[in-house]
Design a protein around this ligand. Structure first.
Ligand code: HEM
Length: 129
């Protein structure tokens, strides 16, 4: 399954926009409840949830919503203001794993998605513990 589909196919496979929305809605309460991640985020997550929805849509092969609204993603650079340690990257992935478990029934599909997010998450590490 790891080589199963192009990014375009992945977006359709998982059910498109409604599924991405559900993932984002499941993910951020977990981030807000995580002791390593919560301090990095503002209380009102609504604007970030919208940006994440737009970004993941395009990341998984849907329409380029993020770029249309906010320009070149340059996602690593956008994370520079925040101290992303190795353990915060793992915490982010743990929250995402748990959100995917809430939303996507197929274990194989969850593994594909998590695999595709683990590269960027580790790439965003910008400081030691
Ligand atoms: C590695 C661990 C990560 C941490 C600790 C983290 C944390 C953050 C923080 C603190 C913000 C900004 C909140 C604010 O604007 O006040 C943010 C924004 C964002 N993050 Fe992450 N993030 C991580 C990984 C990722 C990954 C893997 C992705 C997607 C693949 C991602 C996508 C985004 C997006 C789309 C935004 C909004 C960017 C914008 O302002 O336009 N993040 N993240």
């Amino acid at each position: 399954m790891k080589g199963c589909c192009s990014f375009m196919e992945l977006y359709q496979y998982i059910g498109g926009a409604p599924t991405i929305r559900k993932i984002v809605d499941a993910f951020y309460p977990k981030v807000q409840a995580h002791p390593l991640l919560a301090p990095l985020f503002p209380e009102d997550l609504t604007p970030i949830m919208e940006k994440q929805y737009q970004f993941l849509t395009q990341f998984f092969g849907g329409p380029p919503m993020y770029t249309e609204k906010h320009g070149n993603p340059m996602m690593r650079a956008r994370h520079f203001p925040f101290p992303i340690t190795p353990s915060r990257a793992e915490a982010w992935l743990d929250c995402m794993k748990s959100a995917l478990e809430d939303v996507i029934p197929s274990e194989e599909m969850r593994a594909v998605i998590l695999h595709r997010l683990s590269g960027p998450a580790r790439f965003f590490i910008n400081t030691e513990e």
